[in-house]
Design a protein. Sequence first.
Length: 297
Amino acid sequence: MSQQNTELEGIGKLRGGSLFMILSVLLAAIGILVIISAGVLGGMFSAASGNVGGAIAAGIGLLAGIAIVILIGAIIGLVGILRIRSGFSILKSLGRDVGIGETGTTLYLVGLIIIIIGALLTFVLIGVPILILGEIIALIGGILIGIGFYRVGELYNEGLVKIGGILIIIPIDILNFVGFILAYVGLGRVRPLPTPTQQPSVPQVYQVGQGTIRNNGYAYVTLYSSTPATIISAKIEGANIMSSAINPTVLQIGNNEVTIFFGNVQSLAPNTTYIITLTINIGGNIINISTAVVYQP
C-alpha cells in the first residue's frame, strides 16, 4: 500500500470514528431526554388517574428500554474511540505529529474501564472515588483527543477540523457533539500531503579555500569531491598556460590536496589572483570547474 493510500486510511478512520461518536452522543442525549420526559409525564398521569401501580410498571419498562438505548450508544462510542485511535496511530506511523491524540484515546479507554468498575462498586463506599477517578482520566483523555484533532486540522490546513478539535477539548457534551460533526465534515475535505520525492544527488567537485602558485611552476589547490573523479587537464586563464603534470589525477571522496605543474610561469604578476580551470571527468560527464590561486614567487 502506498503512503498516500495509508494516509487516506488514517484520515478515513478518524472520520468514521467521529461519525460513531456523533451517534453515541445523540443516542445518549435521546435516552436522557426521554427519561426526563417520561418522569414528568408519568407523574402527571399518575396524579390524574390514580393508577400508581400501572404507572410504575410502565415507568420500569420505559427505563429498561432507555437503558438499552444508552448502552447501545456507549458501545457505539467505544467503537468510535477505537477507530479514532487507529486513525491517529496510522498518521503517527507516517511521521505526522498527532501522537497526542493516540495518547488521549488510550487514557479515555482506561477512564471508561475504571468508570465501569466504579459503577459496579457503587453499592460500597469504595466505588465512588473509583468512579470519580475514571471520570478525571476520561476527561483528560478527551482533552488530548481534541488537541489531536486540532493538530490534524493544522497539519492539513482544514479549519473545520481545527474548530472541531477546540470544541472537543471543552468538556461539555453539546460542544463535543458539535465538535465531532465539524471534524467529520472537515475530514471529508482533507487530502493526503504530497509525498516527498528523493532527488538524485548531483556529484560535486569544488575548491576548498584558496590555492597558491609558485615561481617554480607548481600550483597547489585543495579540492572536495563528493564522488571519485578524474582530473583531465588544467589551464591558467588569461595567461593561457596549460598544465604538464597533475598529482593526483584521481580524486577520492572528501578533500584532495592536488599539485599541478605548469612549467614556466614567469609571465605571471606577483601577488595576483589567477583562475585555474580544471577539466574533470565525473562518472562519464565532463565538467569544468574554476579554482582561485595567488601567484606567490
